[in-house]
Write a protein that binds this ligand. Structure first.
Ligand code: ZN
Length: 139
């Protein structure tokens, strides 16, 4: 048997293409694998059928594990995308506005900053107003 045929089969197996012999005919698995063969590989197939069949037979009698077909590329990848980490509380997902420590955890959050500023402004105006009134009383 030919080592070339073995390496030819091994090279295709790495790409998920395998061959079997049935009723003296070589069959490609998957059937669409033929389309993936390069011109050189097709030429080799055309000229070395007996060698390939011999290599398949030899391969079958060996203790090597059968070449398994690579998993289909179209298998849906179902890795769940993790929720992005919150820029402010660094939790994934965000602790949320209902969290008792939300304002502390989100100290840099523009929404919280604005709320804090609004309150500070309110207090400042209140202080000013109270001070104004107490000054009025002095007069
Ligand atoms: Zn957050």
């Amino acid at each position: 048997m030919s080592e070339d045929a073995r390496s030819w089969l091994a090279g295709l197996a790495r790409r998920g293409i395998t061959f079997t012999e049935r009723n003296g005919r070589l069959r490609c698995h998957p059937a669409s694998g033929y389309k993936l063969l390069t011109d050189d590989e097709l030429i080799f197939l055309r000229h070395h059928r007996p060698d390939i069949k011999a290599a398949l037979k030899a391969g079958g009698s060996r203790s090597e594990p059968p070449i398994s077909v690579a998993p289909a590329a179209e298998t849906p990848v179902s890795t769940p995308t993790p929720a992005p980490k919150c820029d402010y509380c660094y939790q994934s997902p965000c602790v949320g506005a209902d969290h008792p420590m939300f304002d502390a955890l989100h100290a840099a959050d523009p929404v919280v900053v604005k709320r804090r500023d609004d309150r500070a402004t309110q207090e400042m105006w209140l202080m000013w107003a109270v001070g104004d009134i107490s000054e009025w009383r002095h007069w």
